[in-house]
Design a protein around this ligand. Structure first.
Ligand SMILES: [Zn+2]
Length: 369
């Protein structure tokens, strides 16, 4: 890939080389046949793109001998073209075309800028870097995922004809977002209107009428490490309206926290104040947070604190989680279990049936030990 950079500036223009590298990256994309297309995989590519965008060096204002900026640009090129290939391959295989297309455009703009900067082309480097920044901003802004409501009336504050002046009747700007109810028995999505000036908003679920709270933040960074069978997340965020804060929580759901820097997310807290979910408003991905040691279907059938629960927890931790198929089951269970548990709790017949089934399983589990 880098041999294309062994140019002589006199007979080969840096612009040509940029286009050539982009064509090669497109051809390379054909080599990635089986890409995993989970939302988390797409988000990982977005995160990688965001990192590349941040790494673009400031183009030099004049030509210097042994300019380290040029070296840095050349160093970044293989990373940029490889990312471009994977993005193109992913776009081909997925239907998330529009968002990936803007991202691909932005990475291509970065390849052009890096080639120009690396080649020491001062004026082209300056122009192309500016184009690359614009493209990156368009590709990573979360604005396109919201619908801004236009003010209902554009009535004049001061009417020249009548001479009447009054307070500004326009409503505060608001945006409509789809939020999931944070209460465990509900978890259903509905549209809500939010004034984007504040980060914390109280809602009443329009479906179950219970209260929940949403804390709106822009993601700055995510760190995770496993703690036993759970994941410990450290989330660096900037709350909407300013400031900076860090959020730490554990999650045993085996799900993925698919967040990239600059994503807009909402932390959803139930009426009792516990963190229920992290919803990525930029991508629509939701992680339902499961506290360590929770097992809601059995809890719904047997009641909180029942001795049967220990056997199921042990089964999950000792038998299911060490195997890939078991982990997939646990993931599916945590995704659909709460929904099932809510219905079980509301229906005494279903509760009896599930308790009977689980008792049979429980007997088997105890016999296994
Ligand atoms: Zn609800």
């Amino acid at each position: 890939m880098l041999d294309a950079l062994a140019w002589t500036p006199k007979n080969r223009g840096t612009l040509e080389i940029g286009e050539e590298l982009i064509l090669r990256a497109r051809a390379e994309a054909g080599r990635y046949e089986s890409l995993v297309l989970s939302p988390a995989a797409v988000d990982a590519l977005r995160a990688e793109s965001a990192e590349l965008f941040e790494a673009l060096p400031e183009p030099p204002a004049y030509r210097r001998a042994n300019d380290t900026v040029r070296d840095r640009a050349i160093e970044l090129l293989p990373r940029a073209t490889d990312l471009l290939s994977r993005l193109i391959a992913t776009a081909k295989a997925s239907r998330d075309d529009e968002r990936l297309a803007t991202l691909i455009g932005a990475v291509e703009a970065h390849v052009r800028a890096l080639v120009a900067i690396g080649g020491g082309n001062i004026s082209a480097g300056d122009n192309l870097a500016r184009e690359a920044w614009e493209a990156a901003r368009a590709a990573t802004s979360s604005g396109s995922f919201f619908q801004f409501e236009s003010p209902a009336s554009a009535a004049k504050v001061f009417d020249r004809n009548t001479g009447v002046s009054r307070y500004d009747p326009r409503p505060e700007p608001s945006l409509t977002v789809q939020l999931f109810c944070a209460n465990q028995d509900c978890r259903r999505p509905a549209p809500y209107s939010v004034a984007p000036r504040y980060s914390t908003h109280r809602f009443t679920c329009t479906l179950c009428q219970k209260p929940f709270t949403g804390h709106f933040v822009e993601v700055r960074g995510v760190d995770s490490r496993s703690v036993g069978k759970a994941m410990h997340y450290t989330l660096r965020v900037e709350p909407v309206g300013g400031g900076a804060s860090v959020l730490e929580f554990d999650d045993a759901s085996q799900g993925e926290l698919a967040l990239a820097p600059r994503d807009l997310a909402v932390l959803l807290y139930s009426g009792t104040g516990s963190l229920s979910a992290v919803e990525n408003l930029t991508t629509g991905h939701v992680l339902w947070v499961v506290p360590k040691g929770a097992c809601f279907l059995a809890t719904a059938a047997f009641g909180e604190g029942a001795r049967e629960l220990d056997a199921f927890r042990a089964f999950r931790d000792e038998v299911l989680l060490p195997q890939a198929a078991g982990r997939a089951f646990v993931r599916a269970y945590y995704r659909h279990g709460p929904w099932l548990a809510a219905r079980v709790r509301r229906n005494p017949r279903a509760q009896r049936a599930v308790r009977f089934l689980l008792q049979q399983m429980h007997r088997g589990l105890v016999a296994r030990r």
